[in-house]
Design a protein around this ligand. Structure first.
Ligand code: COA
Length: 201
C-alpha cells in the first residue's frame, strides 16, 4: 500500500492493466480524459474533445493500441500509442508517440502512469520500434516528471501554431540508452532559447 499526496490510498495489487482492441468503452475513456484534464488550463482541445471516430483514426488506424488501468472495475488510467512518421534526428528507426495519457485524479501518484508506460515499452519492443515520443505542455510538471522518471529525455522545444503555449518533446530510445546523449541536451537548450525568444515566453 502506498499513501500518496495526490490521490487516495490504493492497494496497487488491485490495479488491473490490459490492452483494449476496440472503442466499446469510448464513453468511459472520454469521461476519464475530461476528468484528468479538468484543472489543466494548457491542454489541447483535441484531447478532451476527441470523438470516437477521431480516436479510432488517431490510434487504431495508425497501427496503434490503447492500454487501460482499472481498479474495482473503475477506469482509472489510460495511455495510447501509435506509429509516428516524423523524421527528426532524434527519432531513431521506427517511432511511436504516446498519446491520450490520463490518470483519474483520485488515483494519481500510485504509479499507474508508469505501469502504462511499461506496457507501451513492451509493445514497442514487440513491434520493433526504436523510439518512443512523449509531447506535453512546457508547464505540465506531472507529465514531465512521469516521463523523466521512466527514462525519457527532453529532446525538443516546440511552438505549435494550433496551441498557445510551447510544448516539450521527450524521447526514449528503446534500443539504446538516451541518458548519456550530450547532443540531446545541447539541441534542447538551443531549441528552448530559440523558441522562447521568438514567442517571448
Ligand atoms: C501525468 C499523469 C498521467 C501522471 O500519472 P500518475 O499515475 O500520477 O504518475 P506516476 O504515479 O506513475 O508518477 C510517476 C512519477 O512522476 C512523479 N510525479 C507525478 N506527478 C507529479 C507532479 N505533479 N509533480 C512532480 N512530480 C510528479 C511521481 O512522483 C512519480 O515519481 P516517484 O515514483 O519518484 O514519486 C497524471 O498526473 C495525469 O493524468 N495528469 C493529467 C493529464 C495529463 O496531463 N496527461 C499528460 C498529457 S501529456
Amino acid at each position: 500500500m502506498k499513501e500518496c499526496n495526490m490521490g487516495q490510498l490504493v492497494d496497487r495489487s488491485g490495479i488491473k492493466l490490459e490492452e483494449v482492441h476496440n472503442l466499446q468503452m469510448y464513453d468511459r475513456i472520454h469521461e476519464l480524459l475530461c476528468l484528468a484534464h479538468k484543472d489543466n488550463s494548457s491542454v489541447a482541445f483535441s484531447t478532451t474533445n476527441v470523438s470516437k471516430e477521431e480516436l479510432e483514426n488517431k490510434i487504431y488506424k495508425n497501427q496503434g493500441t490503447i492500454f487501460i488501468a482499472t481498479y474495482n472495475d473503475e477506469l482509472v488510467g489510460m495511455m495510447a500509442i501509435s506509429i509516428d512518421k516524423r523524421k527528426k534526428w532524434y527519432c531513431r528507426g521506427k517511432t511511436a508517440s504516446l498519446r491520450f495519457i490520463a490518470v483519474h485524479p483520485d488515483y494519481k501518484g500510485n504509479g499507474i502512469a508508469s505501469e502504462l508506460v511499461d506496457l507501451c515499452k513492451e509493445w514497442g519492443v514487440k513491434n520493433n520500434l526504436q523510439t518512443l515520443i512523449w509531447t506535453t505542455a512546457y508547464n505540465n510538471e506531472a507529465a514531465i516528471a512521469t516521463a523523466e522518471k521512466n527514462a525519457f529525455r527532453k529532446a525538443d522545444y516546440i511552438k505549435f501554431n494550433s496551441v498557445q503555449h510551447p510544448s516539450i518533446r521527450l524521447v526514449l530510445w528503446l534500443d539504446k540508452s538516451v541518458r548519456n546523449c550530450w547532443k540531446l541536451s545541447v539541441y534542447y537548450c538551443i531549441r528552448k532559447y530559440y523558441v522562447s525568444l521568438l514567442n517571448q515566453v
